[in-house]
Write a protein that binds this ligand. Structure first.
Ligand code: TYD
Length: 149
């Protein structure tokens, strides 16, 4: 997180470069398949309080389209593939998730859109808080205002 003021470009919030792909350890057995592990504090910098997953997403559909004020998330393509576009109001970064042993850490205050879901894909999300509608920013114009605060 940076603490700079560049013109009206206030930077006391996380930006897209604070979000990154994390490769999980992979225990592979030639005959018995693989296991990947996510542990609180070891793999990701938060304690998991909630798990949810997206599935049966029709082709061409866009999910997300919101930001969270406080929530940390770790997103994994357990099966298939999809794209996550992160946006901090100034810069966008696009991540293709297509490996069950690579996840994307999304920090608070970042707008995200998920799209290009392959048929049968499963998107696992590990979250730092329980569901709270008050933590969502669902309007992009509100998000831009929020980023300037
Ligand atoms: P939403 O977060 O808007 O989905 P996405 O960002 O994947 O498009 O959630 C869709 C609906 O599911 C919404 O009505 C709220 C509900 N929901 C819960 O009840 N609990 C949860 O933990 C989540 C993530 C969603």
């Amino acid at each position: 997180m940076m603490n700079l003021l560049l013109g009206d470009h206030k930077m006391d919030k996380f930006n897209v470069y604070d979000c990154s792909l994390i490769e999980l350890n992979k225990h592979h057995s030639k005959r018995k398949g693989s296991i990947s592990v996510v542990e609180n504090d070891e793999t990701i910098p938060f304690d998991v309080k909630r798990i949810y997953y997206l599935y049966d997403v029709p082709g061409g559909v866009e999910r997300g389209g919101h930001a969270h004020k406080a929530l940390y998330q770790f997103i994994v393509a357990l099966s298939g593939s999809f794209t996550v576009v992160l946006d901090d109001g100034y810069v966008k970064r696009s991540f293709l998730l297509n490996r069950p042993y690579v996840g994307l850490l999304v920090k608070p205050g970042i707008w995200r859109v998920l799209n290009d879901f392959s048929s049968g894909s499963v998107c696992l999300v590990l979250a730092s808080e329980k569901y709270d509608e008050a933590d969502y920013i669902r309007s992009y114009s509100e998000f831009i205002q929020y980023r300037k605060q």
